[in-house]
Ligand binder design. Structure first.
Ligand code: UDP
Length: 366
């Protein structure tokens, strides 16, 4: 059985690494990999292939570096001839990025079955490009692998057939469990001169937070105030860096007292920074789940989350507006009363990818 997995952006690498490890143990599987090139920066891509033991992609699409529309168009045109030649039984797509939806669209047109890993998540906010990618990819997929019960409920509500839905757990957590010992041994926290459980970790890259000058000025003010509480570690996403440079704010951002602005971190380095942080502030999707698994408090700087289990059972809390006083109040309250995970999240046990491989092998049997 031939499977082709698609990767395009940083969170995809972390997820597909777990899938590929499981696919390799299925003797009947011939598993290949296509990198669209959506994220191409060495620190966002090559570094992850090396750390996550991902094989060299069988194909690299080298898509345009421009807008999501151009990237979508490029994927449609460049993926089609490959799928025509390879004729895979399954195309496996993960998450909610441009590459996810565009690749699924090519596959269904050619009659190739699509498996969507991390299906069913919904923020309810259609302003987020990721939300549109999620909804449409789920409509196209033949098998939908879900990380948490809310995803199953969402899919049912949208009329997706029950027999195509599988609650299997979280492949991102599979990777975390697999690589955590290596990350701990690396001791990035020590090498940076940080005190374990003595710093705040910040990641910001969503367009709503970093695409405008006003948003970035607010961010700088916030970071300044945060650093009065504890040292702030801030690995800068390329999007945030580019925008800060465009508005002439990069210099200021990188020289704030008490703030360690870093390059985007490798997966292992970042995991170590995550597990030793007092509190994580983020607008990332995956980081909300990783902090819940690690039982580290997380303040998500977004009005909504597509991962509600991280709030219901985990350590995640939402901060819907970026008004400085409100954010600081939330931070102080979390520092004073750190939320704790109330129970293990069902199926977040390191075996999601194994379940996915078995379900694909057995398809269409349940
Ligand atoms: N991550 C990383 N280095 C960093 C920041 C994040 O390795 O400097 C990892 C993080 O642990 C998670 C993934 O990248 O596994 C999340 O990616 P991102 O926040 O870019 O995407 P999102 O989850 O928001 O789609």
């Amino acid at each position: 059985m031939k499977l082709i997995s698609i990767v395009g952006a940083r969170p995809n690498f972390v997820k597909v690494a777990a899938l590929h490890r499981a696919f390799r143990t299925e003797p009947a599987f011939d598993a290949k990999l296509i990198h669209t090139g959506q994220q191409y920066d060495a620190r966002m891509s090559a570094l992850f292939f090396a750390q996550l033991d991902l094989p060299r992609p069988d194909y690299y699409l080298g898509i345009d570096r421009g807008s999501p529309t151009r990237q979508t168009a490029d994927i449609l045109l460049r993926l089609e001839p490959i799928l025509v030649t390879e004729r895979p039984d399954w195309l496996v797509v993960v998450g909610d990025v441009t590459s996810t939806l565009a690749s699924a669209l090519v596959a269904v047109r050619l009659g190739v079955r699509v498996a969507h890993v991390e299906a069913g998540l919904r923020s309810g906010d259609r302003q987020m490009p990721e939300e549109i990618n999620r909804i449409l990819t789920d409509q196209l997929a033949d098998l939908l692998f879900v990380t948490e019960q809310s995803g199953v409920d969402n899919l049912r509500r949208e009329g997706i057939a029950d027999e195509t839905i599988r609650l299997v757990g979280n492949v991102m957590i599979d990777s975390l469990i697999h690589y955590r010992p290596q990350a701990t041994a690396l001791n990035t926290v020590g090498s940076l001169g940080l005190t374990p459980k003595g710093y705040l970790l910040l990641t910001m890259h969503r367009p709503a937070n970093v695409d405008s000058e006003a948003g970035l000025r607010t961010l700088i003010e916030l970071v300044t105030k945060l650093a009065e509480r504890q040292p702030v570690v801030f690995p800068l996403h390329p999007r945030t860096r580019t925008n800060a440079a465009r508005f002439g704010l990069l210099e200021r951002l990188t020289r704030l007292p008490g703030v360690m602005v870093l390059k985007p971190q490798g997966y292992l380095e970042f995991l170590n920074l995550l597990e030793q942080a007092t509190l994580v502030l983020t607008d990332s999707g995956g980081v909300q789940e990783e902090t819940t698994y690690l039982n580290v408090p997380c303040l998500t700087l977004r009005p909504s989350t597509e991962r509600p289990v991280t709030i219901a059972l985990g350590t995640n809390r939402l901060q819907p507006d970026m008004t400085i006083d409100n954010v600081l109040q939330a931070v102080d309250s979390l520092l004073a009363n750190p939320p704790e995970r109330t129970q293990a999240i069902p199926y977040w046990d390191g075996y999601a990818a194994t379940r996915i491989a078995a379900a694909i092998r057995r398809y269409p049997a349940p």
